[in-house]
Design a protein around this ligand. Structure first.
Ligand code: IVH
Length: 759
């Protein structure tokens, strides 16, 4: 008989957990994080395991979760879709094995298969004679929602097995289990598309995947970049291997998409040694995981072990420590970055999460604060994941007292008092003053950092002192520093000064790409810088291009003036009219990319600017002039626009930076100080491709940049899009629309091997 305290505690836990379930599922307003819930649940499970008499039929541990929807047909599963017990520490794992060994004949040595535990939603797919017949969600474990049509739209799901002609045969009936999810990059893309449509971002990838899968119209599912991974056999009519490790090979042979990182271990101590490296890898994987799943390799042993409640004994989930915690939002400070971007920062009651105490976290931007309705004084959920700066996930609305206050966006920069702006289409506020002391500090801090100009010995503190003592005001001033500038500054011994001056001297010789990275142009990291340095070879070429583009843009805006006026005076400001107006005012971002390879520009202009155009139709010659002005803009901006991977927003940000008077004078000052502004001479390998323009499409045997370099070092040019001027299209595997376009224009298509033969 357990002590009274334990009986009370179990009772307390049951009530508390039940309340949290109600808040989460019914009210949609949880007041604790998933991690905190897990901890309560685990405590109750442990008590009930030690004192099975305390297990009541209404205990939340006796419930199998259900995610059934009301409006989808139901599919019964051929075998129960079970969940897994959890382990939260190596001790838990050890106990799990010890418990299992007690149930098995003596001297059995257990070996294991470990897989990442994907944070998606379970899917159960059945194949009859190799053909996909049904797909269902987990539901309540016995029946699930029928999502067959939706699952069929996911490219990683084979509609027939084996997926390729590999000489294997599918079992008569096979039901497999796996997980549906968004890869991290795909989820980011979904949110970028949301933002481009002016729609709020999705916060939770798992819920979004679930929503995408449970659509009644499978076209909506098809438009979402979902992925599946298969990891288990639920039921089979036919022969399958008797070891988990071989089952994975069997599933692979059938053409299923398997989790790429399964690992085999001889014994549990090897598993435990590997756990910390798995946790470290967590953030480098392309998908979200919340732990690893450990399965006894021998299927017969797993069957012999049977079940504990609803969980099979032969497998368990080792959960990583939670990365979320709740705490109080005490205040919001305004952070200004080097580009002027305003980031509201949460001041928090200190809270311990993923191994450190966190007292401030990013609130992203004021739009999001409003969307999520975060208020001062709220209890908020914060997340600290890998290298990412801790951020606020959202408020715990259920914990409100009514005392909470709204958070209002600032109107002025707290450092220079300049009115903040919000560029059209942006979600962030910006301080537009390039001389803002905070912006200057942040830019300088970045400029000297590793990966940028890499000036050793010049940390943020040195920068701060030099600015404060008015020895430097901008990046270029660094290159004019002499020993005298350090006179009277504390902590700068002679040796230290000499070393610092040496590093500054060395930094003048950095390659062009590194200088470009250091400038901190919004969106221009090391990759883009490398491409720019490669294509333009000198800072001058970029400066010149920026001037020309700005002139061409001004010329277009002048021609467009009458239409813009019409747009402004339009009585009915429909969303279409507003969009048209925005297009007219931002031709480089909005119009140029749409017209890059267009034949009939005036016609298309008319279509894109419809509401304004119709209100006051321009005469044919006016339309022609406008189209010509746009064509000219495209022509001069082409060297940038053509570069693959540079979107129009980035192109415009690069142009704006190089056209800006402040930045131009900064570069001038650096040049005067002897900073290198040229790319090193590229090694010419030959001129076999002189005068030829290539477009690359599909997958090559080596990274695409290498193919580009091969073409360029042999005198050829690389372009991003197929036009009549293209000499050859180099097509690799899975070549898409560019190949079709080449064929329709009658342009020669060659393989990578053909290209290599040419040089
Ligand atoms: S095996 C009977 N393997 O985690 C054992 N499950 O907490 C079947 N999950 O409901 C599960 N990744 O939806 C297994 N590699 C993996 C998994 C995995 C994610 C999910 C699964 C299950 C839950 C258990």
């Amino acid at each position: 008989m357990p002590e009274a305290a334990i009986i009370t505690r179990a009772e307390q836990l049951r009530t508390e957990i039940q309340q949290h379930l109600y808040r989460y599922h019914v009210l949609g307003a949880p007041i604790i994080t998933d991690g905190e819930y897990d901890a309560l649940f685990r405590e109750l499970v442990e008590i009930e395991e030690t004192y099975p008499d305390l297990r009541t039929p209404d205990s939340p541990t006796q419930r199998t979760g259900s995610d059934l929807s009301e409006d989808l047909p139901k599919v019964p599963h051929p075998a129960p879709i079970l969940s897994l017990s959890n382990a939260f520490s190596t001790e838990d794992l050890q106990q799990w094995e010890t418990r299992n060994l007690k149930l098995l004949p003596a001297n059995i040595q257990l070996d294991y298969v470990l897989e990442p535990k994907l944070d998606g939603l379970t899917i159960v797919i059945t194949y009859s004679n190799g053909i996909l017949t049904t797909a269902a969600t987990r539901g309540n474990g016995e029946v699930g929602d029928d999502v067959t049509a939706n699952i069929r739209t996911i490219p990683t799901v084979p509609l027939r097995i084996p997926a390729t002609d590999n000489g294997k045969t599918a079992p008569k009936q096979l039901t497999v289990r796996g997980e549906v999810l968004f890869l991290k990059t795909d989820f980011e893309r979904v949110n970028q598309e949301q933002a481009a449509k002016g729609l709020p971002a999705y916060v939770n990838a798992r819920n979004t995947a679930s929503g995408s899968l449970k659509q009644k119209d499978s076209r909506i599912t098809a438009s979402r970049p979902l992925t599946t991974y298969i990891y288990d056999i639920v039921a089979v009519d036919g022969a399958v291997p008797d070891k988990e490790w071989d089952i994975l090979a069997f599933l692979r042979d059938m053409g299923f998409h398997l989790i790429p990182d399964a690992a085999y271990f001889n014994n549990l101590s090897q598993v435990m040694d590997a756990l910390s490296s798995w946790e470290a890898r967590r953030h480098n994987l392309p998908f979200e995981i919340d732990g690893v799943v450990l399965k006894i390799n021998d299927v017969a042993i797993r069957q012999e072990l049977g079940f504990a409640g609803k969980d099979p004994r032969g497998a368990t989930a080792y959960k990583f420590p939670s990365e979320e915690a709740t705490t109080k939002l005490l205040g919001v400070t305004v952070n200004i970055g080097r580009t002027g971007k305003v980031t509201p920062t949460a001041q928090l009651e200190p809270v311990f999460v993923s191994g450190v105490t966190v007292s401030n976290a990013s609130l992203h931007n004021y739009d999001l604060i409003q969307q999520m309705d975060i208020r001062l004084g709220d209890t908020v959920i914060i997340k600290r994941s890998g290298e990412v700066i801790p951020y606020v996930v959202g408020p715990v609305e259920g914990a409100r007292t009514g005392e909470e206050q709204p958070i209002l966006p600032p109107e002025k920069c707290p450092h220079c008092d300049t009115a903040l702006i919000k560029p059209a289409g942006a979600v962030d506020l910006f301080c537009p003053n390039p001389r803002c002391p905070e912006r200057v500090f942040r830019s300088l801090e970045f400029f000297v950092s590793r990966g940028a100009m890499d000036i050793e010995g010049m940390g943020p503190q040195t920068i701060a002192i030099l600015i404060e003592q008015k020895r430097i005001q901008d990046e270029a001033d660094i290159f004019y520093l002499t020993a005298q500038h350090f006179e009277g500054l504390e902590g700068f011994a002679e040796k230290k000064i000499l070393n610092l001056l040496d590093s500054i001297q060395a930094a003048k010789e950095r390659p062009l790409a590194q200088l470009l990275t250091s400038l901190g142009i919004d969106g221009v990291g090391s990759t883009v810088s490398g491409v720019l340095a490669d294509r333009f070879r000198t800072i001058d070429a970029l400066l010149e291009l920026a001037v020309q583009v700005k002139q061409a843009e001004a010329a277009f805006l002048q021609e467009a003036q009458p239409l813009i006026q019409t747009g402004t005076s339009l009585l009915e400001q429909t969303p279409e009219a507003q969009k048209a107006q925005l297009r007219l005012q931002n031709p480089l971002v909005e119009l140029a990319p749409r017209y890059m390879d267009s034949q009939d520009v005036p016609k298309k202009l008319e279509r894109l600017l419809k509401p304004i155009w119709e209100a006051a139709p321009p005469t044919a010659p006016t339309a022609q002039t406008l189209a010509a002005a746009l064509a000219h803009l495209i022509d001069v901006a082409k060297p940038l626009m053509q570069i693959e991977g540079l979107g129009s927003v980035l192109v415009s940000s690069i142009i704006a930076w190089f056209a800006d008077d402040y930045q131009r004078s900064l570069l001038h000052k650096m040049r005067q100080a002897g900073v290198n502004m040229q790319a090193a001479e590229s090694i010419k390998a030959g001129n076999a491709l002189e005068g030829l323009t290539f477009v690359i499409t599909g997958t090559m045997s080596v990274p695409r940049e290498q193919i580009e370099a091969l073409i360029e070092t042999h005198g050829g040019k690389v372009s991003g899009s197929v036009s009549k001027k293209t000499s050859y299209v180099v097509a690799g595997e899975a070549a898409g629309s560019k190949l079709e376009k080449a064929q329709s224009l009658g342009i020669k298509v060659i393989s990578e091997a053909d290209l290599r033969a040419m040089v």
